[in-house]
Ligand binder design. Structure first.
Ligand code: NAP
Length: 258
């Protein structure tokens, strides 16, 4: 009988869900997707799903060993740096091959007025020089960086309610992408937004805000991505990731890398 191979996908992204959909269709492959549990009602992928932290890299390595994981794919959000670090350490400890699936970052186009920053704190420092009515789309965590900015007004858009503390003058808009260009134009118009703050998340689902900002000629503060841990191969698409997994699972002898 064919030995069923077990793939653990660290999820929380559309790409992770698409990857799970593709991998469950592969013969002889069992998929578990792991979610952090941050989103109250996540869109669930096919296959098995487990929810909650592992307790650091050691806990993840233990889980990988106990559940006989044959390959690990870190398909977390490009800004989930702690989890990506844990994945790299756990893969080394448990001797399983690891791939990072990272959608490409966004690229500025003619007419864009982007300001690249390294962190939310740096974004907060820059904001008062750029505008007064801020479209803040960096997610529900980390808003403490903006609480000193009493002179600015914020439209905070997130899937679930933001984690306090928030800036004093904040309106919350609970919504989940994909977002339409028309919708983004309308938000900028209706709220007279004059600056946008975003992480360089990449992907199509949330890109229309960048087009709308370009059209409205408003500046955009773009928070740069943390690097992928050293030595971890990266796939940019679900297709590439499926190819990598299949090569790992059916490679002769020790798992190949790259
Ligand atoms: P993070 O700071 O890198 O991770 C913090 C801790 O959360 C990790 O140490 C781990 O706990 C747990 N964790 C994170 N992802 C996990 C997963 N897929 N399965 C199990 N445990 C996980 O992560 P984050 O930025 O808070 O993101 C959390 C989740 O939201 C991720 O799944 C990510 O893909 C998704 N997400 C993040 C963003 C963002 O902007 N950061 C945006 C959209 C979606 P233990 O150490 O206890 O294992």
């Amino acid at each position: 009988m064919m030995h069923v191979k077990h793939v653990l996908v660290l999820g929380g992204t559309t790409e992770a869900r698409l990857l799970a959909e593709r991998l469950v269709a592969e013969p002889g492959v069992r998929v578990t997707t792991s979610l952090a549990g941050r989103v109250a009602a996540p869109r669930l992928p096919p296959g098995d799903v487990r929810v909650g932290g592992f307790g650091g890299s050691g806990g993840l390595a233990e889980w990988v060993r106990a559940h006989r994981v044959d390959a690990l794919v870190d398909a977390t959000h490009p800004f989930a740096a702690a989890m990506s670090r844990n994945a790299a350490e756990a893969a080394a400890q448990a001797h399983v091959p690891l791939l990072a699936l990272r959608r490409p970052g966004w690229v500025a186009q003619d007419g864009d007025r982007w300001h690249s920053v390294a962190s939310l704190a740096e974004a907060a420092e820059l904001l008062p020089t750029l505008g007064e009515r801020v479209f803040l789309t960096t997610g529900r965590m980390g808003l403490a960086a903006f609480t000193e900015l009493d002179a600015l007004w914020f439209l905070v858009r997130s899937v679930d309610p933001p984690e306090p503390p928030c800036p004093a003058r904040t309106e919350v808009l609970l919504d989940r992408g994909p977002f339409s260009l028309e919708g983004e134009r309308e938000l900028i118009r209706r709220h007279r937004l004059d600056v946008l703050v975003t992480k360089d998340s990449g992907g199509d689902a949330t890109a229309p805000k960048l087009t709308a900002a370009r059209e409205a000629r408003i500046p955009v503060v773009v928070v740069r991505r943390p690097p992928v841990p050293e030595g971890v191969p990266v796939a940019a698409t679900t297709d590439e990731a499926v190819g990598w997994v299949v090569r790992q699972l059916y490679a002769e002898g020790p798992a190949a890398s790259g």
